[in-house]
Design a protein around this ligand. Structure first.
Ligand code: IPE
Ligand code: IPE
Ligand code: MG
Length: 236
């Protein structure tokens, strides 16, 4: 790596293509999600070794409830298992895990596991890993607006005092830097309701690789792409 090679501080990923990966192998879609979950674990390790500080992955969108019941159930079971395993593993891998999205619609036992994982891993100093579950960017903005309106109603803050930074404090990603780089796998070039507020000035990298096939080499390619970009932030 060259001396001036820039490592993005925060990388956001839309992990897409699990279903197509399975279909290509004549397997049920669920098999793609299982393989995709393995990829996430490996990528967390790779991201940390590459020097990435924050990694935020899209695991389940507010729109994904529209999938067939058996697929939603399979995804929820995978998330349930992931949380339980992560509670055991987080002391070893030193990851600080947070879940973004509206957790209130998740099964109570999953909510409990998430709470336990967030508390237990909060002391860790390694990768700051965020998982978006029942996450929708529009929903997040509406929830933030509602929370701000409540504070106004209760007399805790004046409407005129609101700034962009203050509004971000009401959002699920409060306290985190905005993503520098957003990666989407599987060839789709859209954001599908992912982090609309936070990605305003991020670089976007799209690859045809399906999520279960994504690996350190592919992540490195995304970082190489990022390094060729000239981030101007509206300047010259
Ligand atoms: C991404 O893979 C995982 C989730 C959305 C949960 P998909 O399940 O969307 O896979 P494709 O897009 O159908 O291939
Ligand atoms: C986005 O992928 C959501 C996740 C990766 C969790 P989708 O596969 O649900 O998005 P669309 O339907 O192609 O836009
Ligand atoms: Mg998809």
């Amino acid at each position: 790596m060259e001396d001036n090679y820039k490592i993005p501080r925060h990388v956001a990923i839309i992990m897409d293509g699990n279903g197509r990966w399975a279909k290509k192998r004549l397997l049920p879609r669920k098999a793609g999600h299982i393989q995709g979950a393995r990829t996430v674990e490996q990528i967390c390790e790779d991201a940390y070794n590459l020097g990435i500080e924050y990694l935020t992955v899209y695991a389940f969108s507010t729109e994904n409830w529209n999938r067939p019941d058996d697929e939603v159930e399979a995804l929820m079971n995978l998330l349930r298992k992931y949380m339980l395993d992560a509670i055991e593993r987080c002391s070893k891998n030193n990851m600080r895990v947070r879940v973004i999205g509206d957790k209130s619609r998740l099964a109570p036992d999953i909510q409990d596991s998430i709470a336990e994982l967030e508390v237990k891993s909060s002391v860790n100093t390694g990768l700051k890993f965020n998982i978006a579950i029942n996450y929708g960017g529009r929903d997040e903005i509406v929830r933030a607006a509602r929370a701000f309106a409540m504070d106004v109603k209760e007399g805790r803050v004046e409407p005129e005092a609101l700034t962009e930074d203050m509004f971000h404090n009401y959002m699920d990603t409060h306290g985190m830097p905005y993503p520098d780089l957003m990666i989407r796998t599987s060839g789709e070039c859209r954001t599908s309701n992912y982090l609309p507020w936070q990605l305003c000035y991020s670089e976007f990298y799209f690859t045809d690789v399906l999520w279960p096939d994504f690996n350190k080499k592919e992540l490195q390619k995304a970082l190489d792409y990022y390094n060729k970009r000239d981030r101007r932030f509206g300047g010259v």
